[in-house]
Design a protein around this ligand. Structure first.
Ligand SMILES: *[C@@H]1O[C@H](CO)[C@@H](O)[C@H](O)[C@H]1NC(C)=O
Ligand SMILES: *[C@@H]1O[C@H](CO)[C@@H](O)[C@H](O)[C@H]1NC(C)=O
Ligand SMILES: *[C@@H]1O[C@H](CO)[C@@H](O)[C@H](O)[C@H]1NC(C)=O
Length: 272
């Protein structure tokens, strides 16, 4: 009895020593140096987090989806608020500029020509191939702003006749945490557009605003999202809304964004 008690105690003791040694080794090998450093407790108590600098215009990247044909006479809408060398971003044209747009007007945002989506649109059996250029534009904006360095917090997508009051826009987005996933937009002010499409989507004419992490996630999923939704939907806004929904993000309505439809009488024939 006594001897068996003794040997079992010795066994436990050995086990304890071995496991203690093992735990010690695991910790010293796997922990980063600064955690083993005796100054660890000292540094953790003295380090204060860096405050995030307030959001300003330089943190917004604009993507204006336009067409070459329209830009000749619509550019004044954008030039009314665009500030060369202050506002960041590009206007995206379907084809390279011609005529009075050469040389490219200094007051217009710099231009890019949209990517060729013929293949993708065929592969996806798109119900409305024309609208894919706008949806895919988000991916191109993310690519072109180079915001991976953290200098872009918000991506603003507008049409060639969207007018932004940029100070107001900065003030609005500054209320949100740009490190989270946000989709800001507003329903149409033309009631029937919401009936036809959705009461819970951002209508592009008013502009939609995406936090950079959401724009990036959307860009990464873009081609697949087009394959999933392009066969079924005929407007860019609704495809964008569906793709964002797939990422688990809902619209945050911002009622300062207004989409006004001019022609009420023949609106049913113009569902855009
Ligand atoms: C905007 O904020 C950044 C810091 O994120 C700062 O470097 C820059 O000078 C600010 N720009 C203006 C116009 O205040
Ligand atoms: C914008 O910057 C470029 C190069 O820095 C300069 O040549 C151009 O004149 C500037 N444009 C305006 C409108 O200030
Ligand atoms: C776009 O790509 C298709 C096939 O990939 C090609 O036939 C067409 O010419 C291209 N369009 C332009 C404008 O480059």
């Amino acid at each position: 009895m006594a001897s068996s008690y003794k040997s079992s105690a010795a066994k436990h003791c050995k086990l304890l020593i071995i496991s203690g040694l093992a735990i010690y080794l695991i910790f010293t090998i796997s922990l980063p140096n600064h955690l083993i450093n005796p100054n660890f407790l000292f540094t953790i108590h003295t380090k204060s987090p860096q405050p995030t600098p307030p959001t300003n215009l330089s943190h917004l990247a604009f993507g204006i989806l336009a067409s070459e044909g329209g830009w000749h006479f619509r550019r004044s809408y954008i030039e009314s608020w665009w500030r060369p060398n202050q506002t960041r971003g590009h206007v995206y044209l379907d084809v390279p500029p011609t005529g009075d747009l050469v040389p490219w007007p200094a007051r217009s945002p710099p231009f890019k020509v949209s990517g060729n989506l013929t293949e993708l649109s065929k592969e996806a059996k798109a119900a409305a191939p024309m609208v894919l250029r706008i949806v895919h534009g988000i991916k191109e904006v993310v690519r072109d702003v180079g915001g991976d360095d953290g200098s872009v917090r918000w991506v603003v997508i507008g049409d060639d006749d969207s007018i932004f009051f940029v100070e107001n826009l900065v003030e609005v987005v500054a209320r949100y945490d740009h490190t989270k996933h946000y989709y800001l937009g507003a329903a149409s002010e033309f009631y029937m557009s919401n009936v036809w499409f959705s009461f819970n989507q951002g209508f592009g004419g008013a502009g939609i605003v995406l936090s950079f992490p959401l724009a990036k996630a959307l860009a990464d999923d873009m081609d697949n999202c087009i394959r999933r939704h392009a066969p079924f939907f005929i407007t860019a806004d609704i495809i964008i809304n569906a793709c964002i929904g797939d990422l688990g993000v809902d619209l945050s309505p911002e009622y300062g964004l207004h989409q006004v439809i001019r022609f009420y009488q023949n609106a049913p024939s113009v569902p855009h």
